[in-house]
Design a protein around this ligand. Structure first.
Ligand code: ADP
Length: 379
């Protein structure tokens, strides 16, 4: 049975309402007939495409499309007339459109089908997707930049951690060799003399390995960072958006309490973003199997004038054993974890003259906090 909608107005009011609806709609609305001729082109369409209605009405709608659709559109209509197979009619999808100046932009186009004065007509609603696309592109660029920098950071940090671990056994090897040489220093036996020479060579090689490690540490520790005055809230917002990409199915509630009165802080934007990203990802991962998934992010000014950011989750929290060594490298409880995220975060915060620490959250989860001093130390 056909459903009818009868507004409680007379004909004149209906016509006025119709005009109001068409002219004030934010999305473009257009009507084309079965041959593709434009019959209605509303104000939003004028704005979107840059055409006056007079330039479009009575002409083929394909003028609003870029090649190759422009040439193929009549064929689409024909195919629909003969086969009845719907590609976009009744559904809607993202397509590209062409402005009067020739520029091309993304739109979400939904098309309804109807009959007007005994003729089939199609009603198109056009939603401009340019801003969404630009935001998405910016997010992707940011993500690529972050991935690049975090790889560099991870490599630097890992080699630094390995170098630290390796230095001690290497120094011990050199010491033992020297002691061994001293022990047999006065023996003039042919075999012992040969062994002494070999010990010399071994000690030389161990010292060389030590030098390589020293250079590696110097190289990774002296990597340039670029500081500029930044808004912590903006960085937090961007990094949260990045960290949450792909976690929508988790049905997680994210609450942001970002203080409006924060001063600009001198920082390396990408590095601080990396810290936020790490903390949010850890929180999201910790809440994967939690019955309540609630992430609360807070920024505020402390009594000392520093800027503080906190990330509280409703995950299972941390065991005492993990807490004890939490910020050391290679501490992980994850199957595929490297356990260096938090130790990198801590070095980044310390290089900024700030701090990073964890407290148990009241609901049983974890809460990570970091501070950034309002007046940052010089690099
Ligand atoms: P990774 O994520 O590779 O394990 P991290 O240094 O980032 O390395 O984290 C170290 C360990 O700290 C994790 O394996 C996890 O056990 C614990 N952890 C970090 N954040 C949280 C959190 N929000 N809730 C519970 N445990 C956490």
């Amino acid at each position: 049975m056909e459903r009818r909608f009868d507004p409680p107005f007379g004909e004149a009011e209906n016509a006025a309402l119709f005009r109001l609806l068409i002219s004030t709609a934010v999305d473009g609305i257009m009507v084309i007939d079965g041959r593709g001729t434009v019959r209605l082109f509303n104000n939003a369409c004028e704005r979107l495409f840059g055409y006056e209605p007079g330039e479009v009405l009575g002409r083929n709608v394909s003028m609003l499309m870029p090649a190759p659709y422009r040439e193929e559109h009549d064929g689409y209509l024909e195919a629909y007339r003969t086969t009845g197979i719907r590609k976009i009619i009744g559904i809607g999808r993202e397509v590209t459109a062409r402005r009067k100046d020739g520029s091309i932009f993304p739109i979400y186009l939904s098309v309804g089908e109807g009959v007007f004065e005994d003729e089939p007509v199609f009603v198109g609603i056009v939603h401009d997707m340019s801003e969404r696309h630009a935001a998405l592109k910016q997010l992707q660029e940011l993500q690529a930049e972050l991935i690049h920098v975090s790889r560099l950071n991870e490599m630097g940090h890992m080699s630094s951690a390995f170098a630290h671990e390796l230095n001690q056994p290497l120094a011990a090897i050199v010491n033992y060799l020297r002691a061994a040489q001293r022990t047999v220093a006065s023996v003039e036996d042919e075999t012992v003399i040969r062994a002494r020479e070999m010990m010399d060579k071994a000690a030389e090689q161990a010292s060389r390995a030590g030098q390589i490690i020293k250079r590696l540490r110097e190289f990774t520790e002296k990597r340039d960072t670029s500081r500029a005055e930044e808004s912590l809230n903006r960085i937090v917002e961007e990094a949260i958006a990045l960290a949450l990409v792909g976690s929508a199915p988790m049905n997680m509630k994210v609450e942001k309490n970002l203080a409006a009165d924060l001063p600009g802080i001198s920082m390396d934007r990408i590095q601080i973003q990396q810290v936020v990203l790490n903390l949010v990802r850890n929180a999201v991962e910790a809440m994967e199997d939690a019955p309540v998934r609630h992430l609360t992010v807070t920024t505020r000014l402390t009594g000392e004038g520093d800027v503080l950011a906190s990330f509280r989750d409703t995950g299972p929290g941390l065991s005492e054993e993990v807490v004890r060594r939490l910020f050391e490298p290679f501490v992980t409880t994850k199957e595929n974890g490297m356990g260096i995220g938090l130790s990198i975060c801590r070095s980044i915060m310390e290089a900024h003259g700030g701090r990073l620490w964890m407290t148990p959250a009241p609901e049983g989860g974890a809460e990570f906090h970091f501070t950034l001093p309002a007046t940052a130390p010089r690099d």
